[in-house]
Design a protein around this ligand. Structure first.
Ligand code: ADP
Ligand code: MG
Length: 277
C-alpha cells in the first residue's frame, strides 16, 4: 500500500504541536498504519474513544482487532500514524522542538501505565499465587508499598468474587476464575482505559456468563473507559455506548448498539452480524 506523503499525520501533528486542533478523545488513532512485512493490517485507521465511554470493536477474525489493542498496550509499534492517549502521543514522544519522534522504551513504560489489558488467554504468571499476580505490577511498576498493594489486591479479589483463592496458583483455578484474577490484576493498576480482548472466548460455555456479569458490573459501577473486542453480541449491546464495525484495516461503520445491531448501514456489517448472531 502506498502512503501519501502529503497525508502524513506525523507532519500534521508536529505542525499542530499542542495547539487547539489536538484531539479531545481519551484515545485517538490518527491514520494508524500497521504492517507485518508486506501485510497491511491497519490501513490509516482513524477512530476515537471518549473518556468514560464503553466502545466495542466488532469485525471478522484476522482483521486486526487484537493488533489495535496490542498497539494501545504498546506491545506492538505503529508502522505509521500516531496514537494519542489523553492528548499525549502514545506511539511517539516529543523531541526538543515539540516534534514527534518514535517513542523510546522508557517513554513507553510511562505511557502504558494508563492502560490495562485482559487477554483471551488470561496470561497469569503461573509461578505466582493469585495474590502475588495482582500485587506484582503495582509494587514493581508503580512502586506502591507492599502493604497497600496487598490491601488493594484483597479488595479486588473480593470484587471479582475470589476472596477464598488468594493463596491458590493459577493452575488450581478454572478458566473463569483465572479470567477474574486477570481482570483484578488489570484493575490493580488503576488504569484509565481497560482493554478487553475476547476475554470469554477461551472459556467453557458455562463459565462465560459469570465473567460477562462481572464486566457488566464494572462497566456500570466504575467510570473506567473500556475498549472491548468481543463476539458476545448481547454483552456488547448491553455495555456499549458505541460499536465500531472494523473490516479490512478500517472502521467501516460506527454508531450506538441499537443502530448497528438492528439497522446497520453497510452490507458488510449486515453480513458479518448475520454470521455471528
Ligand atoms: P483479529 O484479532 O481481528 O482476529 P489480529 O489483530 O490478531 O486479528 O491479526 C490481524 C492480522 O495480522 C492477521 O492476519 C494476523 O495473522 C496478522 N498478525 C498479527 N500479529 C502478527 C505478527 N506478530 N506477525 C505477523 N503477522 C501478524
Ligand atoms: Mg483477536
Amino acid at each position: 500500500m502506498a502512503i501519501d506523503p502529503l497525508d502524513n499525520p506525523l507532519q500534521k501533528a508536529s505542525a499542530q504541536d499542542g495547539t487547539p486542533g489536538m484531539p479531545p478523545d481519551l484515545v485517538r488513532f490518527d491514520h494508524v498504519v500497521k504492517r507485518f512485512g508486506d501485510h497491511v493490517v491497519l490501513d490509516r485507521l482513524d477512530f476515537g474513544v471518549q473518556r468514560g465511554k464503553h466502545v466495542t470493536l466488532i469485525g471478522p477474525s484476522g482483521s486486526g482487532k487484537t493488533t489495535i489493542l496490542r498497539l494501545l498496550m504498546t506491545l506492538e509499534r505503529v508502522s505509521d500514524g500516531v496514537i494519542w492517549v489523553d492528548g499525549e502521543p502514545l506511539s511517539h514522544m516529543r523531541g526538543p522542538d515539540g516534534e514527534l519522534r518514535p517513542a523510546s522504551e522508557k517513554y513507553l513504560r510511562g505511557a502504558r501505565r494508563k492502560i490495562g489489558m485482559v487477554f483471551q488467554q488470561f496470561n497469569l504468571f503461573p509461578n505466582m499465587k493469585v495474590l502475588q499476580n495482582i500485587m506484582e505490577a503495582p509494587v514493581n511498576v508503580l512502586g506502591i508499598g507492599r502493604e497497600e498493594a496487598e490491601a488493594r489486591a484483597r479488595e479486588l479479589l473480593d470484587l471479582v468474587g475470589l476472596s477464598d483463592k488468594v493463596d491458590a496458583h493459577p493452575s488450581q483455578l478454572s478458566g473463569g476464575q483465572q479470567q477474574r484474577v486477570a481482570i483484578a490484576r488489570a484493575l490493580a493498576m488503576r488504569p484509565e482505559i481497560l482493554l478487553l480482548d475476547e476475554v470469554t472466548s477461551a472459556l467453557d460455555p458455562e463459565l462465560v456468563a459469570g465473567v460477562l456479569d462481572l464486566l457488566r458490573d464494572i462497566a456500570r459501577t466504575t467510570d473506567i473507559t473500556m475498549l472491548c473486542v468481543t463476539h458476545e453480541m448481547g454483552f456488547a449491546r448491553d455495555i456499549s455506548d458505541q460499536v465500531l464495525m472494523f473490516d479490512a484495516g478500517r472502521v467501516i461503520e460506527s454508531g450506538p448498539p441499537e443502530k448497528i445491531f438492528s439497522d446497520p448501514e453497510r452490507d458488510r456489517t449486515r453480513e458479518f452480524l448475520s454470521a455471528v448472531l
